[in-house]
Design a protein around this ligand. Sequence first.
Ligand SMILES: NC(=O)c1ccc[n+]([C@@H]2O[C@H](COP(=O)([O-])OP(=O)(O)OC[C@H]3O[C@@H](n4cnc5c(N)ncnc54)[C@H](OP(=O)(O)O)[C@@H]3O)[C@@H](O)[C@H]2O)c1
Length: 339
Amino acid sequence: MVWNEDALNALHAAPSEALIADMARLDGDILILGAGGKMGPTLSAMASKASALAGKKRRVYAVSRFSDPHAAAFLQKEQVDMISADLNDEKQVAALPDAPNIVYMLGKKFGTSGNAGETWHTNVVLPGLITRILGERRYVVFSTGNVYPFTDPALGGCTEKDSPNPVGEYAMSTWGRERVFEYAAAHDGASVLLFRLNYAIDLRYGVLLDLAQQILAGTPIRLDVPQFNCVWQRYANEAALRSLLRTSPRVERLNVTGPEVGHTRQVAEKLAAALGKSVSFAGEEGSLAMLMNPGKCMAWFGPPDKSLDDMIRMQADWLLSGGRLLGKPTHFEETEGKF
Ligand SMILES: NC(=O)c1ccc[n+]([C@@H]2O[C@H](COP(=O)([O-])OP(=O)(O)OC[C@H]3O[C@@H](n4cnc5c(N)ncnc54)[C@H](OP(=O)(O)O)[C@@H]3O)[C@@H](O)[C@H]2O)c1
């Protein structure tokens, strides 16, 4: 299959019947904060499409500084109200529309090493500033599986009942973000769902792309992290929007990832075959991995619409047809939490 970016965006923004039904049940407008990143544009477009198909009169606001011109260009063609704002500025936060539903996507990961103050400010200080001003609303808060410790894969991955034990400053600061939202639920009337995601597969970035690029470059694949979680980005977008009906003043937590665990060696071999290349491996296979158990997500929302094999094939096709790449590696193989 020959891909183009419009087709890929359309896939990631396509709502299912289940989402359309949920968007009919949800009251009020939707405010998407940090909408100009890797996921926000298609998530915003999906919210608007699902609401229209549900026959719901609703405004979807996408808020970001829009430093990526591709995100802005894409959203300008959708039925989404774009608000260009720096949410580090209290006045700009206070001027946001009075929508009861918030998808909170703001975050900083890359460049944490050597600039940790910036990461802690974005991930921990801004949630405090924003929730103090916006107060009583429903918040689906993007977080990450990185809050969990590395465990023996035989244990089946961490569940929402397991305690976080993050490795490194990025992961610690995302746990800090969660804690600030717990405070906002207890003191500012916020109704919250902590949406712990790992790793979205978009094709322009993601774990499969990271592996495929190493294979194409002839770089041996490190096996320090022997297994990983991943999920088709369309499903993650949809799960986030459906989670707006599942927030709680007592704070819900949800692990969001695919039901199939990626085995690094096996996935690399399949990718290499799809790319028509050979693959080599380096180092000892590690015994621990950062894995989540997505049982609760599967029970709530059902399985993703793409299997791991589907995503491997699509990833290879995207690369072979010269699809645009974001140049934002996940560093999923990082075991010391240095991003
Ligand atoms: N994608 C994944 O696989 C994955 C996995 C685990 C967790 N997550 C988390 O899920 C969230 C969404 O993912 P993503 O990949 O879309 O993240 P992302 O690409 O980092 O997008 C977040 C966006 O927030 C915006 N932002 C940051 N500071 C801002 C400010 N002061 N004012 C306004 N906007 C600001 C930035 O866009 P502007 O520069 O345009 O403002 C940024 O692109 C992130 O918090 C991420 O850490 C993602």
